[in-house]
Design a protein around this ligand. Structure first.
Ligand code: GUN
Length: 278
């Protein structure tokens, strides 16, 4: 079997068009603030993409590039100012933050209804309670990519590699909501392959280049690769794409899979945040 490629770029265009239409129908422009601390090269690329796309859609995007050495207190003050700005509906604090700053403290200081990343305890708690408010965009992206294959998630064995707050945990909860039998594997899991070989849906979100090999994948599985790893051979995912595509039924490429969908759904989250302001 040679896997069908799930084209995240193409799929994201439809979502972006929908978001654009909804913005045009609104009488108020959505406002997004993106806070970038320091000069992490990967973060600069992601923030640049978010800024560019949001402007294309008619979102008022304010970018705050702050010094690497900013104090935690000063950063908390800056977030608080954005919390109070009426024309800002969504706030993204790009992670990671420099070592001297407690990122949890900063992320948790964003008002829940402006937390378009869905990282605050209120939004995470709502997700646990099946009362979704603002859901992390990467996790939403995984679900939309799976659904785009036309496969029913209900009753499927879904295995996630990675237990991060950004992807692993929220996508686990979304898969449960879709009635999958969901399992999380992580760095301390014994014999990951034993689990992944049983997966109808496999989500790799662990940040280890090409961790998922062909012999770990069930024939015909849907494989979603969240990894973006910079290596000597360029950017590669968490899946050994060239070999795994010989056994998978569907697979996302890197780049062009989860990445563009994440940005599109982040921008969709801003519309949802705007609704919460009403
Ligand atoms: N760093 C890596 N992914 C993300 C994300 O989705 N949101 C934010 N704020 N930072 C990130």
């Amino acid at each position: 079997m040679v896997a069908k490629i799930i084209d995240g770029k193409e799929l994201s265009k439809k979502i972006l068009e929908d978001v654009k239409k909804k913005i045009q129908q609104n009488n108020q422009k959505p406002g997004l603030a993106i806070v970038l601390v320091g000069n992490n090269p990967a973060s600069e690329i992601y923030v640049g993409l978010k800024e560019k796309k949001s402007k294309e859609l008619g979102i008022n995007c304010e970018r705050y590039d702050l010094d690497e050495l900013i104090s935690e207190e000063e950063l908390l003050n800056r977030v608080d100012e954005l919390n109070q700005k009426k024309d800002i509906h969504g706030i993204v604090v790009q992670l990671p933050l420099p070592q001297h700053i407690n990122d949890e403290l900063v992320v948790n200081s964003v008002l829940p209804h402006k937390d378009v990343d869905g990282f605050t305890p209120v939004n995470q708690g709502n997700l646990v309670n099946d009362n979704n408010m603002l859901v992390p965009a990467t996790a939403r992206a995984c679900i939309e990519l799976i659904k785009s294959t036309g496969t029913e998630i209900k009753g499927k064995n879904a295995v996630i590699i990675g237990r991060s707050k950004i992807v692993g945990k929220p996508v686990f909860l979304l898969l449960l909501q879709e009635n999958a039998t969901a399992t999380i594997c992580h760095s301390k899991t014994k014999n990951i392959a034993k689990h992944t070989k049983n997966a109808d849906i496999l989500i790799a979100a662990c940040g280890v280049p090409k961790l998922v090999k062909k012999d770990m994948v069930k024939e015909g599985a849907i494989v979603i690769d969240v990894g973006i790893n910079r290596t000597d051979e360029g950017i590669v995912g968490d899946v050994d794409y060239e070999n795994v595509k010989e056994v998978a039924g569907h697979i996302t490429p890197v780049p062009g899979g989860v990445g563009p969908m994440t940005i599109a759904l982040l921008l969709d989250n801003i519309l949802q945040a705007m609704e919460l302001h009403k």
